[in-house]
Write a protein that binds this ligand. Structure first.
Ligand code: SAH
Length: 355
């Protein structure tokens, strides 16, 4: 058992079961032993590879989208360009390079901000962006960003925020909790908090006994804070994550370590913990703030933004090895059996916006 696992076990032994959300928040962000606070999750030597780490084309195409959103929004200035949960800072670096080329005015006059909860990753981002030719400011929450039009992106940020699970029982939908068995091992238990039936989307109400339904108030709160700003000051947002476009039943809690999925209790604090993002819930929040919310798959979005053309251009001057790598990257990012369908995209825009 990891040191953090020991601590969680002792806590449960003295105070009783914890919720899935509390377990996840502790495993990911415990100041001393948390996954994002202590480890290097990204890349081949880490635990998982994200889209911006696969290829520069991802950040370039996201930047094209942001520049178009800024232009169609009437090129407001001042404006903030922000990324939430920037990991190593690679996406921001690729976006800045592209924005400087496509819209030098935007690059030189906008404020660039990174919203990051982990002090360790903040330092890595500063290092990645040292030669980007612009200055950046860091925030630990979006509430402190300047009150002005906000053009914001996030890749794999919502799945890193805690979620809750409810199990269908004879007594209704009860929160799934984490307790310990007779041998002292972590295991799932049924808690007492109940989810009122009318909080479930109609399509999932008929699910049978033992079914699991997931909600994520922390994700919804983040979307609400973003949507509130864009509704008040203008701007646009685009978010990528794996998840579902319609409300779904099912247990999507997973741990990933060294590129393999493993038991969520195997290495508390040393494995990434995630679940599928319910994009329909996030889109509903944006719409409730009077914004447009457009949903698609990552494959559709990237192909629409010109992934193949960009790959062709990058490949023109390249040798065979690089050209092979570019086509493998295109497949990985956009093919339906790779990230193309699993990953979804939510774009949020002011209501009067046409694209
Ligand atoms: N976007 C990056 C990293 C994804 S991992 C990429 O695609 O490679 C999730 C990132 O979100 C990490 O940087 C993590 O520290 C950060 N994060 C998690 N919770 C956060 C929160 N509440 N606010 C800001 N950043 C957060």
């Amino acid at each position: 058992m990891t040191p953090l696992g020991e601590r969680i076990r002792r806590l449960i032994a003295t105070s009783g079961p914890v919720s899935v959300a509390d377990y996840m928040a502790t495993c990911l962000f415990d100041p001393q032993h948390g996954y994002y606070t202590t480890r290097e999750p990204f890349g081949r030597d880490g635990d998982f590879i994200t889209a911006p780490e696969i290829s520069q084309m991802f950040g370039e195409l996201v930047a094209v989208w942001l520049v178009q959103a800024w232009q169609s929004g009437g090129m407001p200035m001042p404006a903030t360009i922000a990324e939430i949960g920037p990991g190593r800072g690679t996406l921001m670096k690729d976006m800045v390079r592209t924005i400087r080329r496509l819209a030098p005015d935007l690059a030189s006059r906008a404020g660039f901000s990174l919203v990051e909860a982990s002090p360790r990753l903040t330092a890595i981002q500063a290092e990645t962006l040292r030669d980007a030719g612009l200055s950046f400011s860091w925030h630990s929450r979006i509430e402190t960003l300047p009150e002005e039009p906000l053009f914001v992106v996030g890749n794999e940020i919502f799945d890193a925020l805690p979620f809750r699970q409810f199990v269908r029982t004879d007594q209704g939908w009860l929160e799934r909790a984490i307790g310990i068995d007779d041998g002292g091992n972590l295991r799932f238990a049924t808690g007492t908090a109940a989810l009122p039936h009318d909080m479930l989307p109609p399509d999932v109400r008929g699910a049978g006994s033992g079914s699991i339904y997931e909600i994520a108030p922390a994700r919804e709160a983040l979307m609400s804070a973003i949507a509130e700003r864009i509704a008040a000051h203008g701007g646009a947002g685009i978010f990528f994550d794996y998840g579902n476009l319609v409300p779904s039943i099912g247990d999507t809690f997973q741990a990933v370590r060294r590129h393999r999925s493993e038991d969520v209790f195997a290495h508390p604090g040393e494995a990434d913990l995630t679940s599928h993002v319910d994009f329909s819930a996030l889109a509903a929040i944006a719409r409730a703030h009077g914004l447009q919310a457009q949903l698609s798959t990552q494959g559709e979005f990237l192909l629409d933004m010109g992934l193949l053309e960009r790959a062709g251009r990058l490949g023109e001057a390249a040798g065979d090895d690089v050209r092979r790598k570019i086509s493998a990257d295109v497949e990985r990012l956009a093919a339906p059996d790779q990230m193309g369908n699993l990953f979804k995209v939510l774009a949020i825009l002011p209501a009067r916006f046409d694209r």
